[in-house]
Design a protein around this ligand. Structure first.
Ligand SMILES: NC(=O)N[C@@H](CC(=O)O)C(=O)O
Ligand SMILES: [Zn+2]
Ligand SMILES: [Zn+2]
Length: 344
C-alpha cells in the first residue's frame, strides 16, 4: 500500500499548554486532527467552566488563519469541585468531560484528588448528566513500584468506581498495560481507553537501554514488551472501546534533559504517521481508520468528521527540534526517519 486515505481523525487526549507554548504547538495538531480533547492540567488547573471557556478562546486565537480545528474542553476535578459546576458544564457544549488526576501522579497534578470518596457527589452528578470521567489511572502510593501503578489503580480504584457508578462513562486514559486493556475489554460498553502512539511503538528498553533517554520518559512509564503487544492487539482489534489519544505532552528541552526530567513525550508533529507505523507493523493498516476516526466520536456521542487526510509512503526525517515559546522542544523521533508522511 502506497497511500492511505482516512476520514479526518481526532485526538482524544492532548496537552496544548498555554500562551507562547500553545502558539508553538497547536498548528501541529490542527494540521491533521479535526478535534482534540484538551487536557486541563495548566498551572493553575482549568477547574471551572469559566476557566475552560477562557482557555478555549485562547486556543482558537492561537490557531493558524482558516483552521477549522475544534478544541473539546475538559475540567480538572479537584476536591472542591461542586455538583453545581457539573451542571454548568452539562449546559456548555464546549465542555465535554472531566479529568481525574490522583494528586501527585503526573505533570501538574498537585491540585488533584487525594480521596475518591470526597468526589462521590460530583461523580453522581456526572453520571446523571452523562458527562464522561477521564482518568489518569495510576496510584501514587509510594510503596507501589512505578511499573505496577496502573494495574494497582485498576484493582484498588477503577473496578470499585465502575461498580458504584454503573451509568458513568469512563475513559482509562493512556492505557499502558495488559491489565488496563483487559479491564476495558471485559467491562461494559461505557468503559473505554485511549492508546498513545509511543506506547504502541516502544517498550521500556527505548527509555533505558544504552543510556537514559529522557525524551522517551512519560507517565505512565513505558512498560515491558508483553504489555506493548497487548496494547497493539487492542488497538488493531476493531473493538470500539479503544481509540486514538496521543497524550502529546510538550516540555522544554531543559525540562526533559535534566537530573530530574519531566514526564511527557511530544508526538503531535507526526502523530498519525507514528500510529500508521505501529498499525503497519502489526499488519493492520486497515484498522487504523476506525481507531483514529470512528471509535472516539462514537464514544463521545459526537458526529464523525466529514473530510479526509491522506498518508503517503514517503521516507522523511522528523525535525531535530521545534521552537517552543522562547525555548526548544525536542519531538519524539527527532532527526530520525519516518516511513509515512501526510500528503499536502
Ligand atoms: N503523560 C505525561 O507524561 N505527561 C503529561 C501528563 C499526563 O498525561 O499524565 C503532561 O502534562 O506532561
Ligand atoms: Zn496522564
Ligand atoms: Zn496526558
Amino acid at each position: 500500500m502506497q497511500t492511505l486515505t482516512l476520514t479526518r481523525p481526532d485526538d482524544w487526549h492532548l496537552h496544548l499548554r498555554d500562551d507562547a507554548a500553545l502558539a508553538s504547538v497547536v498548528a501541529h495538531t490542527a494540521a491533521q486532527f479535526a478535534r482534540a480533547i484538551v487536557m486541563p492540567n495548566l498551572k493553575p488547573p482549568v477547574a471551572t467552566v469559566a476557566d475552560a471557556l477562557a482557555y478555549h478562546g485562547r486556543i482558537l486565537a492561537a490557531l493558524p488563519a482558516g483552521s477549522g480545528f475544534q478544541p473539546l474542553m475538559t475540567l480538572y476535578l479537584t476536591e472542591t469541585t461542586t455538583p453545581d459546576e457539573i451542571r454548568r458544564a452539562a449546559a456548555e457544549p464546549a465542555v465535554v468531560a472531566f479529568k481525574l488526576y490522583p494528586a501527585g501522579a503526573t505533570t501538574h497534578s498537585d491540585a488533584g484528588v487525594k480521596s475518591l470518596e470526597a468526589l462521590y457527589p460530583v461523580l453522581e452528578a456526572m453520571e446523571t448528566h452523562d458527562l464522561p470521567l477521564l482518568v489518569h489511572g495510576e496510584v501514587t502510593d509510594p510503596a507501589i513500584d512505578i511499573f505496577d501503578r496502573e494495574a494497582v489503580f485498576i484493582d484498588r480504584h477503577l473496578i470499585p468506581l465502575a461498580a458504584r457508578f454503573p451509568g458513568l462513562r469512563i475513559v482509562l486514559e493512556h492505557a499502558t498495560t495488559r491489565e488496563g486493556v483487559e479491564f476495558v475489554r471485559d467491562a461494559g460498553p461505557r468503559i473505554a481507553a485511549t492508546l498513545t502512539a509511543h506506547h504502541l511503538l516502544y517498550n521500556r528498553n527505548a527509555l533505558l537501554v544504552g543510556g537514559v533517554r529522557p525524551h522517551f520518559y512519560c507517565l505512565p512509564v513505558l512498560k515491558r514488551e508483553s504489555h506493548r503487544l497487548a496494547l497493539l492487539q487492542a488497538a488493531t482489534s476493531g473493538n470500539p472501546k479503544f481509540f486514538l489519544g496521543t497524550d502529546s505532552a510538550p516540555h522544554p528541552r531543559g525540562g526533559k534533559e535534566s537530573a530530574c526530567g519531566c514526564a511527557g513525550c511530544y508526538t503531535a508533529h507526526a502523530a498519525l504517521e507514528l500510529y500508521a507505523e505501529a498499525f503497519e507493523a502489526a499488519g493492520a493498516l486497515d484498522q487504523l481508520e476506525a481507531f483514529a476516526s470512528f471509535h472516539g466520536p462514537d464514544f463521545y456521542q459526537l458526529p464523525r468528521n466529514q473530510g479526509t487526510v491522506t498518508l503517503e509512503r514517503r521516507a522523511w526525517r522528523a525535525p531535530e527540534s521545534f521552537p517552543f515559546g522562547a525555548e526548544t522542544l525536542v519531538p519524539l523521533r527527532a532527526g530520525e526517519p519516518l516511513a509515512w508522511r501526510r500528503a499536502g
